[in-house]
Design a protein around this ligand. Structure first.
Ligand SMILES: *[C@@H]1O[C@H](CO)[C@@H](O)[C@H](O)[C@H]1NC(C)=O
Ligand SMILES: *[C@@H]1O[C@H](CO)[C@@H](O)[C@H](O)[C@H]1NC(C)=O
Length: 403
């Protein structure tokens, strides 16, 4: 099955590149400057449902100020009596993903109602985590990071913060790119002293099982990191500048892009379609172009490695070796409790790619690896599906309860 999401990244990047030449590239101010205190996630998405919520921030080692939300109790007002859970969203999303459906359907509310101390975090560059100690999102240096930094700096800061605040080891649950962040960190032996277990929904690790034409397209577009060095640092998927060009490319490739954003979300089996428009008011969220280049490098090389600067000298400078170091998934400790849930219709977390990851984990202790496969599920269903509560979150909580 073609990996439409990556194809789309490629198309949009191509188009932004073209737009750059015409000086029509939209800038950061298309995103309304948000004030976390007035319209933060607690106020708009959690308290409105009758739950208590606290806003927190943590500063990463490289200066990004991330916002976190804590739900210390369920709707009944009974204080959490189970360990903390940190929820990490995927690429082009933010923490709202976990709160979007009704309290009976959304993982964050369900966990809080089941006695967990729930923490949500928003990755650097998204609306509620756009601040930095010294940089502004208008600075090119602000966007100079890939998912390596999400895995090393963002993840360690948020895990350390929740651990410090609560005094307890936490469970981690993630969707999409959030799963790769954890897999990468765990493969390097990080987090183990602070995290009890990890639940990975739509896990992303190997990205090489895609059909040939989108692969070629992605590879061509990102070759030599042209896009980045042309000066496109921030990636806003629905900026106006690119839309005309996207139409043209979709037409040429005979792709139905009539609803472009549906492609980012869908296809899906079980998302409440009457909510898609509301969802698109919040998502997609910006990320760095470098993150998308990094993902495309994985597609091209079939390796899970650090960002390739495309030049032995520069790699040497960053890594002390001419090629980027590989993240070795077989190094994830065999006794570390892992829950993996993946879907038969998922274009980003392809079934065959997940098999490669499961093969990496073949020596994992049998009772420390729980795998839940849903044939009809695609990428979005794991966070937005109206029946994910029964199909995925119930087994996920069973897993947390014994680990
Ligand atoms: C956590 O606590 C340690 C020890 O007090 C401190 O050094 C560290 O900065 C704290 N980290 C975060 C992210 O709160
Ligand atoms: C879908 O969303 C609509 C509008 O928010 C709501 O009325 C309906 O109950 C939802 N359906 C399901 C199955 O959650």
């Amino acid at each position: 099955m073609a990996n439409i999401v990556l194809v789309l990244f490629s198309i949009v990047l191509l188009c932004i590149t073209a737009a750059q030449g015409r000086k029509t590239l939209h800038t950061y101010n298309e995103i309304p400057a948000s004030s976390v205190s007035n319209d933060g996630i607690c106020k708009t998405m959690v308290e409105t449902q009758g739950y208590n919520c606290e806003e927190h921030t943590v500063t990463t080692q490289d200066g990004y100020i991330l916002s976190l939300q804590r739900m210390p109790e369920g709707r009944s007002g009974k204080k959490a009596d189970k360990p903390p859970v940190l929820l990490q969203h995927g690429v082009l999303n933010d923490a709202i993903t976990w709160l979007f459906n009704s309290p009976e359907e959304s993982l964050a509310f369900i966990l809080a109602d089941n006695g967990f101390d729930v923490w949500l975090v928003n990755s650097r560059g998204t609306k509620y985590s756009s601040k930095h100690k010294t940089l502004s999102p208008n600075d090119k240096a602000y966007w100079d990071w890939s998912w390596d930094e999400l895995a090393s700096y963002d993840l360690s800061a948020s895990v350390q913060y929740v651990y410090n605040q609560t005094g307890h080891k936490l469970h981690y649950a993630a969707h999409s790119l959030g799963t790769l962040m954890a897999l990468a960190a765990l493969s390097e032996g990080q987090l183990l002293s602070m995290v009890r277990s990890a639940a990975l929904l739509s896990p992303i690790a190997h990205l090489d099982q895609i059909t040939s034409w989108p692969k070629k397209l992605a590879a061509d577009v990102f070759l030599a990191n042209d896009v980045y060095w042309l000066g496109i640092y921030e990636f806003i998927p629905n900026g106006n500048a690119a839309s005309k060009c996207i139409e043209e490319i979709c037409h040429t490739l005979h792709l139905d892009c009539s609803n472009l954003m549906d492609l980012f979300i869908g296809p899906y089996c079980c998302v409440n379609s009457s909510k898609i428009d509301v969802l698109l008011d919040h998502e997609p969220q910006p990320t760095s172009t470098k993150t998308l280049i990094h993902l495309s490098q994985m597609v091209r090389t079939g390796k899970i490695a650090k960002y390739d600067y495309g030049d032995p000298g520069q790699n040497m400078q960053h890594y002390g070796q001419p090629v980027p170091p590989v993240y070795d998934m077989t190094k994830i400790p065999n006794e570390f409790p892992l829950f993996l849930s993946y879907g038969g219709q998922d274009m980003l977390s392809d079934v065959q790619d997940v098999q490669v990851l499961l093969n990496d984990l073949k020596d994992h202790d049998g009772d420390k690896l729980v795998v839940v496969f849903r044939e009809d599920y695609s990428h979005a269903d794991f966070v937005l599906g109206v029946n994910a509560n029964e199909l995925v979150y119930d087994p996920l909580m069973d897993f947390f309860n014994v680990n």
